[in-house]
Ligand binder design. Structure first.
Ligand SMILES: [Zn+2]
Length: 143
């Protein structure tokens, strides 16, 4: 019984992880599009193939799933009770890679904004959109 459940949980999570056009990402893309921004998707030339790249603003926006990217303190980040070690290892691996990618990108002069899936739920979406706009227009990109 427990095994069946963990398999289901895993394939559910995997399907969300693997899909490039996850819904939260689509929301952000639609929003940026509506504001007239031009952007590239999953640029292979950049560390970690960032979700959304705005070359003109030297800005990158990554939309991370709360579960897979281990959003700390988030209610959507719940480690399954079965295969707990396995999950923790996977998630920690992702977090390490996220950090490495972030470092590489910022060293190359990119501004990187990480948005978590839960920030795009209906009740916090508008705030998040505001945050995105402010971020894009913030600071200088001269270094
Ligand atoms: Zn979250």
């Amino acid at each position: 019984m427990a095994d069946v459940h963990s398999k289901e949980t895993r394939s559910y999570n995997m399907s969300r992880i693997k899909g490039k056009d996850t819904k939260p990402e689509l929301l952000v893309r639609k929003f940026l599009h509506s504001k007239g921004f031009r952007f590239k998707l999953h640029d292979k030339k950049l560390a970690g193939k960032p979700d959304i790249v705005l070359p003109k603003y030297k800005t990158i926006i990554n939309i991370h799933g709360c579960f897979w990217h281990g959003h700390e303190g988030c209610r959507y980040h719940v480690i399954p009770k079965t295969k707990t070690e396995w999950w923790l290892q996977k998630i920690n691996g992702t977090k390490v890679r996220d950090k490495e990618n972030l470092l590489k990108l910022t060293q190359d002069g990119w501004k990187v904004l990480t948005i978590f899936e839960c920030e795009l739920k209906a009740n916090s979406r508008d705030l998040t959109y505001d945050k995105i706009l402010k971020f894009i227009h913030s600071g200088n990109t001269s270094n």
